[in-house]
Design a protein around this ligand. Structure first.
Ligand code: PHE
Length: 345
């Protein structure tokens, strides 16, 4: 063996390793390189074997070269090992199976509101929202709900412990979204068609279909020549888009102080297709909303006068719509925050 040549060859090999791996080396590969050069069958071992057999006068010098090249390899390898160890402490193991973070999503009630509102937007309605803390004037008087109406009773409404407003009465959590009919009339010149989603509050005992807080969507339109058939057409188109193209509507005469005539609207039961089941209590119909022609006393809130104007209005319960749409049996499921329920939507 020409040991000088061999030392040079090894120096060059180390140089090559340095330039091929300027940074980190996977531990498996590093181990392979170590065995290749420093292992029992490697060239460095061979070089030392050669040293042992070399003539005494050469042995010293040769030994020094062999030690030097061996140390250079060892140092390089331990440097790379240190790098690897540091990196393992810092960087997560990218070879581990990935898990996706749960990004969350809008609550099913929010999704339902967005869907209903967008149907009405397509039918020409604009979106508005109003205060949850209302005044008696907007919640009752301006809507022709007189002072003797049971819903005005302190036990039937959440009144706030605030000094009453001189003109507009006591403050309360709104019991419906209809007050926004009046607020829009005060703020905008007709014609308009508006939908108002939002929370409403009633001191109802909580059970599978009642909650002290729930969501409504109010819809109303005021213009010249607005007729009951506009109301029917809008509600029918909405029901067919929200539930099913085959859904039927039934308008039952009803009474609301703020509409005249008034109706309650039933949809044909989507669970039994009108045949009669436990959801529709055997009737084939399910009540979904209240509506009517806006009462002249309510239209009288338009500052420029209501001469020649008519209007339609409806109010629907979002939870109820959502329960019917997805077959949800208990309203309390919306509010407990149980992700096993919520992540289905
Ligand atoms: N505000 C009524 C309620 O909460 C619903 C309704 C709205 C009825 C608009 C007629 C017109 O029961």
């Amino acid at each position: 063996m020409d040991w000088r040549e061999e030392v040079k060859r090894l120096e060059k090999a180390l140089e090559e390793l340095r330039s091929r791996y300027p940074a980190i080396i996977p531990s498996g590969e590093l181990e392979k390189i170590r065995t290749e050069f420093l292992g029992k069958k490697g060239p460095i071992k061979a070089l030392f074997d050669f040293v042992k057999k070399a003539p005494a006068e050469e042995r010293r010098e040769l030994g020094q070269f062999a030690n030097k090249i061996k140390r250079a390899f060892e140092e390089w390898i331990s440097e790379k090992r240190n790098l690897l160890q540091e990196a393992e402490e810092e960087i997560p193991d990218l070879s581990l199976p990935a898990f996706l973070p749960d990004l969350g999503r809008p609550h099913i009630i929010t999704q339902t509101i967005e869907e209903i509102v967008s149907i009405f937007e397509e039918l020409g309605f604009a979106l508005a929202t109003g205060p949850e803390i209302e005044q008696e004037f907007y919640n009752f008087s301006a809507l022709n709900i007189d002072i003797t109406h049971p819903s005005r009773d302190a036990f039937d409404t959440f009144y706030l412990d605030l000094p009453a407003d001189k003109e507009k009465g006591r403050y309360l959590l709104r019991s419906h979204t209809s007050p926004m009919q009046v607020r829009i009339m005060e703020a905008y010149e007709p014609p308009f068609a508006v939908v108002v989603p939002g929370r409403v509050y009633r001191p109802d005992a909580v059970d599978s279909s009642h909650s002290f807080m729930f969501h409504q969507i109010e819809g109303f339109a005021v213009d010249r020549g607005i007729k009951f058939y506009h109301l029917k057409a809008v509600l029918w188109e909405f029901a067919r888009r929200f539930f099913d193209r085959s859904v039927e509507l039934r308008f039952r005469p009803h009474y609301f102080p703020f509409t005249e005539p008034s109706a309650e609207v039933d949809v044909s039961c989507m669970f039994c297709k009108g045949k009669g089941c436990s959801v529709c209590k055997g009737t084939g119909w399910i009540e979904v909303l209240g509506c009517g022609m806006i009462h002249p006393k309510v239209l009288a809130n338009i500052p420029s006068g209501s001469e020649g104007l008519t209007g339609i209005a409806f109010g629907l319960g979002v939870e109820r719509m959502c329960m019917l749409r997805y077959g949800i049996p208990d309203i309390r499921l919306f509010y407990t925050g149980d992700v096993r329920f919520l992540r289905q939507f």
